[in-house]
Every structure is written in structure tokens, then in C-alpha cells.
Design a protein around this ligand. Structure first.
Ligand SMILES: [Zn+2]
Length: 380
């Protein structure tokens, strides 16, 4: 498939080879001094060298900032803004997974806005406004998971490891270059973990009870794409058809979850905070155990997903059984115990999950006792 263009929710150049189009797009926009923002893992890969070379050979002055942790912190943003100024950059090109793209957004914001990053925190009384002067921002995702490239928010942790959210339509990248070749280097276990995150976004967005038929349509197709392609992408990282489908499904999940997520994400956020578990892996470990809680409130929707996937058992139980098999198929442990976590963590996890905002959008309200039950199943 050649590169195609969508203009939803922003301009997306999608297909193998899209990464080669960055230089002409920057030149057309009158930009000359890009700062590539990436993480240390990606900056060591040939995909970074190729991008930097293609920009340089087009006559652009390129610098790279790669001082990003996997759970990015405010200091990473400040350091990146320093690099932006030192380079006298005029735009930001984010290259990486959710962490790198979120930091790229925050750098583009703070390069042109006064004060401190947290002055712009979403839904905080007295927060400063974010306007159109955010530095021009472009994004190249290297994982098929968070879909941050099509999102309007940046999640950055403060010094207490609390995730703070900066939100504005101006943080949506101008152009996304979604090139499945950039995801080909991702090892199998990360392909599985990030892919399970994309699947969870689509599933939880669909199950969320709010009225949003547009998101529902996107989420259902996102689930179908994950079901048809995740195992293939994990089994053979060079399968570009599967990689393309997962990259699309991850962007669809991020668009769909404007509608809300649910209790799986509250459990995953708790595991991220308590034991620094990879976000996608945490969703994968929890998804079947947590979604069982929704069988009374959203069983019909789960049965519909079973139908869309083409399962022989087209019931909610059939859907949950498929999740169990999918986890095994992509090499993810069946539960938290099998992954080696201690049931003694339960109290802490329940407290963190209860405090997380995601479960407010779950099909049925989740109480402390419910989370005890959910984590009980996941530690069985
Ligand atoms: Zn997620």
C-alpha cells in the first residue's frame, strides 16, 4: 500500500514510506530548524539516523533531544526546552512511543509559553491558557499502542510520580507520519504489550456508557483490526500488513477513548504507580479479570464484539475466553501471580485504582469491594 492521507483528527500521512515525507512537509511549511524529540532507545536505532539524515540532506538544520525517561518527568521537558532554545529550533518532530510524543508536545508548548509546565495543567482553577503559538509539532509514532500522536494531551509525572495532564487542541500534531516501517524494530514482547493497550482502548471506549456513536463505530472496527492482526504482528515483526493494521488500530483507540475508558485502565494505572509495570502489559494482565466485572452491565456489547471478531461463541463469555487465549498467544502471563507479583500488593493496588479517574466512565460504578474482587481474580 502506498502512502495515503486522512484529515481526521489531524492530517495523517499513513503507509510505508511516510517517514520519508517529513522534510518536504517542513520545507513547505517554511520551517528550517527542527528539533527531533525521542527517547534514548529510539535515538540509537537506524530509524532515527535515517530521519535525521533525510532532514539534513534536504538542507534543514537538525538537532536531537533524547533525554526522556519511560515515565517522563517535568525535568525532561525543561531539558528539552533548553535544547530547543540552544538549537534556535523552529519546530518539534516527535519520534517514538507515547512517552517521547508526550514530551515533544510539552516541549512545543513550553518553547513558546511563559511560566512552568504545571501552570498549564488541565482542569486546574487558574490554569494559564494554551494558544495557537505552540511551536509547530509533527509526530512519527514508533509503537502501535497509546495513539498519543492523534491525542490532544501530554501526560507528564511530577516529582511525586503523580501523572499530570496538559490538554489543549493546540497540542494535536499538525501532521502525523504514520509509517508502519518505524514499528518494525519493536521486539515481540513490546509489540504484544503496546498492542494490548490499543486493544484495551478500543474495548473500554466501546463499553463506556456515554452517548458517542462516532467513537463507538471507530472502537468496534479498532477491536476487529486488533483481533485480526495482533498475533501476526507479534509472531512476525516484519509482517507489514499486520504492523499497518495495528498502527491504525492504535490511532483509532486513541480517537475512540475521547468517550472515556474504564476500570481496566484504573487497574493498569495502579500497577504502573505501585510497581512501575509497563502500561500496556498491565492492561494485558488485567483485561479479562477486570472486564468480567462488566458482564452484567455491558454483556451485550461484549457479545457484539465476539460477533465482530467472528468467534464461534458469540457471547460475553466467548469474548472473555478469547481474551484469555489472545494473551497466551502473544506471550503475556494469564494473571498477576503468573507474572510474579505478590498478592500482598492488593491493598495498595485497590487504593490506587479507586483514586484513578478512569473508572468513572466504566459501564457500572466500581466500589472498593469491587476492586478487591477484581484484583483477587487477577491474583488467583
Ligand atoms: Zn492505555
Amino acid at each position: 500500500m502506498s502512502v495515503v492521507e486522512f484529515s481526521f483528527p489531524t492530517t495523517i500521512r499513513f503507509g510505508t514510506g511516510a517517514a520519508g515525507e517529513v522534510a518536504p512537509q517542513l520545507i513547505e511549511a517554511g520551517l528550517a530548524r527542527p528539533l527531533i524529540v525521542t527517547d534514548p532507545g529510539v535515538s540509537a536505532l537506524p530509524i532515527h539516523a535515517r530521519l535525521a539524515e533525510s532532514l539534513q540532506s534536504a538542507g534543514l538544520a537538525v538537532a536531537t533531544f533524547d533525554g526522556i525517561r519511560s515515565n517522563p518527568v517535568i525535568d525532561n521537558v525543561s531539558a528539552g526546552v533548553g535544547s530547543f532554545r540552544d538549537h534556535e529550533a523552529d519546530c518539534v518532530v516527535g519520534l517514538g512511543g507515547g512517552a517521547a510524543l508526550d514530551v515533544a508536545k510539552a516541549i512545543a508548548l513550553m518553547a513558546t509559553h511563559p511560566g512552568e509546565l504545571l501552570d498549564y495543567e488541565d482542569e486546574v482553577p487558574g490554569a494559564r491558557p494554551i494558544d495557537h503559538t505552540v511551536a509547530p509539532l509533527f509526530a512519527l509514532p514508533t509503537t502501535a499502542g497509546t495513539g498519543s500522536e492523534v491525542g490532544r494531551s501530554a501526560v507528564i509525572s511530577d516529582e511525586h510520580h503523580i501523572k499530570r495532564i496538559i490538554y489543549s487542541p493546540h497540542l494535536l500534531p499538525r501532521v502525523v507520519f504514520a509509517d508502519p516501517l518505524l514499528t518494525a524494530d519493536l521486539p515481540a514482547h513490546l509489540t504484544a504489550a503496546t498492542g494490548l493497550d490499543a486493544l484495551t482502548h478500543n474495548v473500554e471506549a466501546y463499553l463506556s456508557p456515554h452517548f458517542h456513536p462516532m467513537c463507538d463505530g471507530i472502537a468496534v472496527e479498532g477491536v476487529r483490526l486488533c483481533a485480526a492482526n495482533l498475533e501476526s504482528a507479534v509472531a512476525d515483526g516484519t509482517d507489514m500488513e499486520a504492523r499497518s493494521a495495528m498502527l491504525m488500530a492504535s490511532m483509532m483507540g486513541a480517537v475512540a477513548f475521547q468517550k472515556g475508558l474504564g476500570l481496566v485502565h484504573s487497574c493498569a494505572h495502579a500497577l504502573g504507580t505501585a510497581v512501575d509495570l509497563h502500561h500496556g502489559l498491565a492492561n494485558g494482565l488485567m483485561i479479562d479479570h477486570a472486564l468480567r466485572f462488566n458482564i452484567d452491565s455491558a454483556g451485550e456489547k461484549m457479545a457484539h464484539l465476539a460477533t465482530v471478531i467472528g468467534l464461534s461463541d458469540q457471547s460475553a463469555e466467548g469474548f472473555l475466553a478469547w481474551l484469555v487465549a489472545l494473551k497466551r498467544g502473544v506471550g503475556v502471563a494469564a494473571d498477576l501471580s503468573e507474572h510474579g507479583l505478590d498478592p500482598g500488593l492488593t491493598d495498595e493496588l485497590v487504593g490506587l485504582a479507586l483514586a484513578d479517574p478512569c473508572h468513572a466512565n466504566n459501564p457500572a460504578p466500581v466500589t472498593e469491594a469491587d476492586f478487591v474482587e477484581v484484583f483477587g481474580r487477577a491474583f488467583s
